[in-house]
Structures are given as C-alpha cells and as structure tokens.
Design a protein around this ligand. Sequence first.
Ligand SMILES: *[C@@H]1O[C@H](CO)[C@@H](O)[C@H](O)[C@H]1NC(C)=O
Ligand SMILES: *[C@@H]1O[C@H](CO)[C@@H](O)[C@H](O)[C@H]1NC(C)=O
Ligand SMILES: *[C@@H]1O[C@H](CO)[C@@H](O)[C@H](O)[C@H]1NC(C)=O
Ligand SMILES: *[C@@H]1O[C@H](CO)[C@@H](O)[C@H](O)[C@H]1NC(C)=O
Ligand SMILES: *[C@@H]1O[C@H](CO)[C@@H](O)[C@H](O)[C@H]1NC(C)=O
Ligand SMILES: *[C@@H]1O[C@H](CO)[C@@H](O)[C@H](O)[C@H]1NC(C)=O
Length: 382
Amino acid sequence: MACSCLALFKTICLVLLYVQSCVCGETEILGGKEVKAHSMPYMVLLLNRTGQPVCGGTLLSSRWVLTAAHCLRITAVRLGVHSIKKSQNYESVQVQTYPHPKYDSGTFNHDLQLLKLNQKVEQNNTVKYLPLADPIADPLEGTTCLVAGWGLVDNTTNTMSDVLKSAEVDVMGRETCNSSTYWKSQPVITPDMVCAGPQGKNEDQDTCKGDSGGPLLCNGVQVGVTSFGVAGCRRHKKPGVYTFLSKQHIEWINKTMGEPALHLSVVLCLTTGVCGETEIFGGKEVKDHSMPYMVLLLNSTGQPVCGGTLLSSRWVLTAAHCTDNPCVGFFASITEVRLGVDSFKKSQNDESVQVQKDVKTYPHPEYDNHRKVHDLQLLKVS
Ligand SMILES: *[C@@H]1O[C@H](CO)[C@@H](O)[C@H](O)[C@H]1NC(C)=O
Ligand SMILES: *[C@@H]1O[C@H](CO)[C@@H](O)[C@H](O)[C@H]1NC(C)=O
Ligand SMILES: *[C@@H]1O[C@H](CO)[C@@H](O)[C@H](O)[C@H]1NC(C)=O
Ligand SMILES: *[C@@H]1O[C@H](CO)[C@@H](O)[C@H](O)[C@H]1NC(C)=O
Ligand SMILES: *[C@@H]1O[C@H](CO)[C@@H](O)[C@H](O)[C@H]1NC(C)=O
Ligand SMILES: *[C@@H]1O[C@H](CO)[C@@H](O)[C@H](O)[C@H]1NC(C)=O
C-alpha cells in the first residue's frame, strides 16, 4: 500500500498507518508509554508472509481477530506478546483473511478486516478475548480514549517498537475533523469513522504507522480500529482517524463470524491440517471404497494437499485454493492425482490405486483468494 499523495494536497502525504506504506513520517505512538506487560492480553501482533510484524489487532473470540483492511497479506498472528523480540519463538497461528468487501483504499471507507485463526485459542494469563459490545455508542466529542500498538519508533529504519505502547487521545467531532481547519474533506470523514487526536493535555500523543489495526478504546470498550493519519503523526490539525464500529460494521462482523465454517471448497478439501479450516474435524472414517469418486491430490514433493471428485474420465473438481493458498505456499502445484485411495500411506504401493501424473490445472478465472469467491478448479488428467 503506497502512500497516496493527493494531487490537491501535495504537501500533505496521507499515509495509512502501516509499516509497509511509505516511509514518510514520524512513526511511534508518540509520547505514549510502554504498557505493563500483558495488561492488554487481547492485543494481537500481525505478521506478513515473511513473518515480519506489520500491524496490530484485537482477539475477539477463540477464532477471530479484528484489524484494519489496509493491513495487507497477513498470514499469521502471534498472541500474548509484549516484547516482539521475546516473542520470536512463540508459536504463530495461521489465519485466513476477511477484509471488508467494501473497503476502499482511496476513500479509506470500511477499513476493517477479520482474521480467522486456523485453530482455536484458549484464554490464559497472557491471552484473553475482548468481545465487542453491541451496540457501541458513538463516543462524545472530548472523550479521552486509549490507543495501543507496536508502532514504529524509528522513522528511518521502519522498525516497530519492541514493546507494546499505549497513548491517550481525545475524540474530535466529525464535522470539525472534516472541516477546512483539519482534514478538509480529504478524505471525507464519514459516520463510520471516528477522529481522535492529540488535543489539549494530550497534545504530544498520537498513533503512527505500525499501530494500524489496533484498538481505539473508550472507557474500556473497543470503539474503533486504527486506520489512517498523516505523515509526521503528531502534526497538529490532522487527528488520527479510526474505523468506527458502527451498527453496519457490527452487522458485517456478526455476519462474517457467523458464517458456517464449511463452504464447498472446504468440503472438497481433505487437506493436511496446514490450514485448520480445511480439515474435516470430528468426521468419521468412511467405509473402504464407499466413495470411489474421491481423488487425492498431491504436490510436487508427493505430499497430499487436497481432495477432489472425479467428474468423468478426464476431469476432477476441486478448490482453487488448493493451488493458490497462503497456508500451503502460494501457487503450490498439484502434480499428481491418485484414484481409488482409502489410506494415503497404503496408496504408496497399492496396485489398485491409479496414479495420474499428467495434470493440467484450470482454476476458476474469477477466483479471489482474498475474498474466497469462486473457489473452484478443474483438473484435467490424461
Ligand atoms: C524523524 O523524526 C525526527 C525527530 O522527530 C525528525 O526530526 C525527522 O525529520 C524525522 N525524519 C523523517 C524522515 O520523517
Ligand atoms: C513484511 O514486512 C516487512 C517489514 O515491513 C517488509 O520489509 C517485507 O517486505 C514484508 N514482506 C511481505 C512478503 O510483504
Ligand atoms: C496462552 O495461550 C497462548 C495461545 O494459545 C499460548 O501460546 C501460550 O503459551 C499460553 N500461555 C500460558 C502461560 O499458558
Ligand atoms: C465532510 O464534508 C463532505 C464534503 O464537504 C460532506 O459530504 C460530508 O458529509 C462531511 N462529513 C461530515 C461528518 O460532516
Ligand atoms: C450480533 O449478534 C448478536 C448475537 O448473535 C446479536 O445479539 C446482535 O443483535 C447482533 N448485532 C447486530 C448489529 O447484528
Ligand atoms: C507439499 O505439501 C506439503 C504439505 O502441505 C508442504 O509442506 C510442502 O511444502 C509442499 N511442497 C511443495 C513443493 O509445494
């Protein structure tokens, strides 16, 4: 996500508060202070594909994390973290991403994303859920709220704060925030956003890059998600902007979290448990050869990655994510199809098992890994 320098506003470089965005500003929770270790046990550290921390989030339940949509390409999270360095050997939990479908990087509308953990996490001393209130009251102008994150501390090297920090910010009315003195409708401040910034006694505190996705907490209730700010975060007249957990946002969160875990692609995918969701949990073993149309799909290292169904003598139906899946490595290839398999182990040298090694893949052209739509693929075997 690059920093979008609005043509009309050449001097003000609007940055998403994201580590990967451009380096064009000051970068920590300025003037904030280190929080007592594990005093905010619902804070989650988000890692990108190379395992580097890029954003924050909050753990809503045993399976779901709330963050900002502009935190792109998140593949895993770390829980119970205070110091990033000390957490290096913590187990990280893989996630699937559910960005808000109407998120718009141009207007910053609906900058919200849910992450589904591939395994359930239990609460303990260092890991706790922060369930959302419902409804969430619009915070009044002047309310002092708390923001937290591992925002950058060094504006030249793009490294995040090692320890979790928090800062106080004051809520500003939307009209004021939108007015010519502040954001000048660039972008437009909507009812789905909350402005809060350094004002009055908290003048030297603000969020900055790297704090993205973290919570805005007013009286202990999560009211928003850190969305965007401006280069040199502490710059006066540009309060931080947070995605408000408005009624329509809560509805989307509810709906997304409530979605049945098994969609077609998942049913088709017998996988290995790399992606928790693709396992069939608690299912029972089927009678030998009672589902003779089931086929096993293997990758180039001979590992089973997915299941499929044999539609005809040449065609197998499976999920598109079997070959384009952050959990098994992008663009994993399927190079072998085994027919008549009951046990993977036994199939290695079972003569009744048919092995096809000439496999052509035809993923659905509109498959979107991010949105989980059209997750279908045909395989042609010779
Ligand atoms: C980094 O922060 C320092 C101190 O706040 C400031 O003087 C400097 O201009 C900043 N550098 C950049 C590249 O923003
Ligand atoms: C992960 O984040 C780091 C730090 O911002 C960045 O240097 C790296 O390119 C990112 N990797 C990917 C795959 O996005
Ligand atoms: C708390 O739970 C987390 C996540 O499941 C786990 O990584 C951590 O080891 C647990 N800590 C303790 C003290 O049990
Ligand atoms: C901000 O300004 C724009 C255009 O000037 C307007 O459409 C919008 O309703 C305003 N928002 C608020 C919260 O006043
Ligand atoms: C969200 O779900 C809860 C529990 O299912 C329900 O009580 C609440 O009314 C829902 N809220 C919205 C805004 O849909
Ligand atoms: C094959 O699949 C296994 C299990 O999912 C995985 O660990 C391995 O990296 C994959 N190999 C390739 C080349 O994709």
